[in-house]
Design a protein around this ligand. Structure first.
Ligand code: SF4
Length: 535
């Protein structure tokens, strides 16, 4: 460790997790898992390490019977077919044939036993993957453009930059004790697939004339995040050359490490420091680490695709296409993952890619092979052209496995989507995101319709209900979904969302999107529908 833990001076005011991290670095837990806990079992895990297990990429799942969720970093969603097959093997051997794509494109397994972790770590390492620091107070899986390298809409291929940043931070003990998680997004796509506004630091495409020549680089934002206090990342007035991205991320992570808040876990993300300092002060401090950067150039973000890539689409390589397929609620069987890997080897470029919308892309398919690929049986289950509500529905893990969940978000998601599908045939996507607690892993604030599980008192008992949010989007005109007043019980929820969608389909102005419709009619219109139908 090559830095001073300056926050140690104020030890008595630190939160409990901080006090544990002063005693032991989170990354120490990996060796202890391998050498002790996997052999002696869960009862041998020390109280401190129960907190630090996250640094190895595991959380104890629900119900608390000693099994774990394990998350594997898939940076910007890109994995080779060999890596995908290894993930499928892990799922088959240790995870009851189940794997789930997260809203950062990571791959998660459940029902993992602690004694199997050394084997799993080895299997991951053998193909260049890791679960380390996919959870915990560290730089997490880097998100960005899952189409990097093949995208007609990107200014440059960001794969090497993403790998450079990931390789620098992974297992780097100078940055394994941050005040909280640190989320990085790097994309050069004009479609903002990396959700730049909701990351701690995010890079988006830009150009600038330097010494008479137009050069491609990045703009960047800091301090984004969701959870109980959602915050749009703020733009820094700087232009970053591709070779300087790592330097800027390191500078920002250093500021976060040394000046971020460590008293309350709820007030520790970078966004709170940015809120107090303001962007100018942050920028001045950053330049002490990076040197002064040139001011902004021309921003090149034009749209927001919300990380959906369905269908057959042309790549920048003229004779090749990619196929975006729907993975319902991000849930895959190990056999499906193996099959997709095999298809990518036989017909594609040997890579498959996960997305923040919890789906998969198979890339590098010769245009002449597309029909043959589409005729394969797997695409009956994983559709490239889904026309259902479920195809634009994201749900967090929910109460099946997550200890914090107030509802089974997966189940309500399926119920809601099939109810809507039985009644409506929308010709345009309506994005519904569901989250089981205020942590917002299901990204409800950026959805057309966001639902957050909560409880309401009904006579003498507490019942499951939902807070309803509408009108969220990122990209140009970004705004978080606004919360309607009044919690809605599950029985009323289905009919209420049906009313919202059907009124949109009936009254929309031409090709107006749901989001534009919400803006035009204003939130009071929807509040009235809710008030009249929430019994
Ligand atoms: Fe669990 Fe809450 Fe995250 Fe859902 S949003 S997975 S309930 S922590």
């Amino acid at each position: 460790m090559a830095y001073d833990q300056i926050w140690k001076q104020d030890e008595e005011n630190l939160n409990n997790v901080e006090k544990i991290k002063l005693r032991r670095d989170g990354l120490d837990v990996v060796d202890t898992i391998i050498n002790k806990y996997s052999k002696q079992g869960l009862d041998s895990v020390s109280e401190d390490d129960k907190i630090l297990l996250k640094w190895a990429g595991i959380y104890e799942q629900r119900p608390k019977t000693g099994q774990f969720m394990l998350r594997v970093r898939i940076n910007t969603g890109i994995m080779s077919s060999v890596q995908a097959k290894t993930l499928a093997d892990i799922s088959h051997k240790y995870g009851r044939d189940y794997a789930r794509i997260s809203t950062r494109g990571a791959v998660q397994f459940y029902n993992i036993e602690i004694n199997d972790l050394p084997d799993i770590f080895k299997m991951l390492e053998s193909v260049g993957l890791a679960s380390y620091e996919s959870c915990g107070d560290c730089p997490r899986t880097v998100v960005g453009n899952p189409l990097a390298g093949i995208d007609k809409d990107e200014l440059m291929d960001t794969t090497d930059i993403v790998n450079e940043v990931n390789n620098f931070f992974l297992l780097n003990r100078d940055f394994s004790n941050l005040p909280r998680k640190f989320k990085i997004s790097i994309s050069s796509s004009i479609n903002n697939p990396g959700n730049c506004e909701i990351n701690d630091i995010s890079f988006t495409p830009a150009v600038k004339v330097v010494d008479g020549n137009e050069v491609i680089g990045f703009h960047f934002r800091v301090g984004g995040g969701l959870s109980t206090k959602p915050n749009m990342a703020k733009e820094v007035d700087a232009f970053v050359l591709p070779e300087d991205v790592l330097r800027v991320v390191v500078g920002a992570a250093t500021i976060f490490r040394d000046f971020g808040y460590r008293k309350s876990r709820n007030h520790a993300r970078l966004k709170f420091l940015i809120e107090d300092w303001g962007v100018e002060k942050f920028t001045q401090k950053l330049f002490e680490y990076t040197g002064k950067l040139p001011s902004k150039g021309i921003d090149k973000v034009e749209n927001w695709n919300s990380s959906y890539f369905y269908g057959v689409n042309k790549q920048k390589q003229k004779d090749k296409s990619y196929i975006g397929i729907h993975v319902p609620l991000g849930s895959l069987k190990s056999g499906q993952l193996t099959e997709l890997a095999k298809i990518s080897e036989r017909f594609g470029d040997g890579f498959i890619r996960t997305t923040s919308s919890q789906n998969i892309i198979i890339t590098g398919i010769k245009n002449s092979d597309i029909d043959e690929v589409l005729s394969l049986p797997i695409f009956k289950d994983l559709s490239p052209n889904p026309k259902t509500f479920l195809s634009h529905l994201v749900a967090c893990t929910g109460s099946k496995y997550c200890n914090l969940a107030l509802a089974d978000t997966q189940k309500i998601g399926e119920r809601l989507a099939s109810y809507l599908d039985s009644k409506l045939k929308p010709d345009t996507p309506i994005r519904i995101n569901i989250t089981g607690c205020p942590n917002s892993c299901g990204h409800l604030h950026i959805a057309d319709i966001g639902l957050q599980a909560a409880m309401v008192k009904s006579e003498d008992k507490m019942e499951e209900a939902y807070d309803v949010f509408i009108g969220g989007k990122l990209g140009p005109g970004a705004q978080f979904a606004q919360k309607l007043k009044g919690r809605v019980k599950e029985d009323n929820l289905l009919s209420l969302i049906y009313m919202f969608v059907s009124v949109y389909l009936e009254k929309r102005d031409g090709a107006e999107s749901f989001n534009e419709f919400v803006k035009r009619l204003e939130i009071s219109f929807f509040q009235e529908i809710l008030d009249n139908n929430n019994h």
